[in-house]
Design a protein. Structure first.
Length: 192
């Protein structure tokens, strides 16, 4: 007797059945996580799911004090950054020892000190549901996120940012003109 099973292939019928979890389809930027990888999950689960799509991480800070550091200032006493090129996931430990910390937020952006010319070294090309990603113009950002999207900055320091409250995102920009671009995206709630 020949039996076909979608996840395990075709072959002779067997007495026991093996269930294979469906692979993640896409890693999309969301205010609640990365695609199907939601905030609140344990670090090992998040790393395994992302690594299944894009390979092993390039960066692991280990658990470090949550006070201001290269990744910002996060809640809890300790935090950990694990990254893949321009994508950095942030885990915090704020009294959830049963999880060993949990997925709190992420940043997706160019690190100009390491990625000369502002490239995404892994070529992840991640976007939001609205199609916003690194390199999206300010004009397209306004169109995607609507009227509540606000650009703020300082022309003297040449530092520009945006907030889109209803979409749940914030980030950095190369400038404030319509043809300037997004250089960093992250959920509205996260480390400061």
């Amino acid at each position: 007797m020949l039996m076909c099973v979608l996840l395990t292939g075709c072959g002779a019928a067997q007495d026991s059945t093996t269930t294979v979890p469906a692979p993640l389809v896409k890693l999309a930027l969301s205010p609640d996580g990365l695609g199907e990888v939601s905030f609140g999950l344990a670090p090992d689960t998040v790393v395994d799911d992302i690594a299944a799509l894009v390979g092993g991480p390039d960066l692991d800070s280990g658990w470090i004090p949550s006070e201001p550091n290269a990744y910002g200032s996060c809640p809890g006493s300790t935090m950990r950054a694990i990254g893949w090129g321009s994508l950095v996931t942030i885990f915090i430990d704020d009294g959830a020892p049963d999880l060993g910390g949990y997925f709190y937020t992420y940043t997706y952006g160019y690190d100009f000190s390491e990625n000369e010319g502002g490239i995404d070294p892994r070529g992840l090309d991640l976007t939001t549901e609205q199609g916003v990603g690194l390199g999206t113009t300010v004009a397209a950002l306004r169109s995607a996120f609507g009227a509540d999207m606000v650009v703020e900055g300082d022309a003297v320091l040449d530092v520009w940012s945006f907030r889109a409250v209803s979409a749940g995102f914030r980030g950095l920009l190369s400038g404030s003109d319509d043809n300037d671009t997004v250089t960093l995206l992250q959920p509205l709630d996260g480390c400061t």
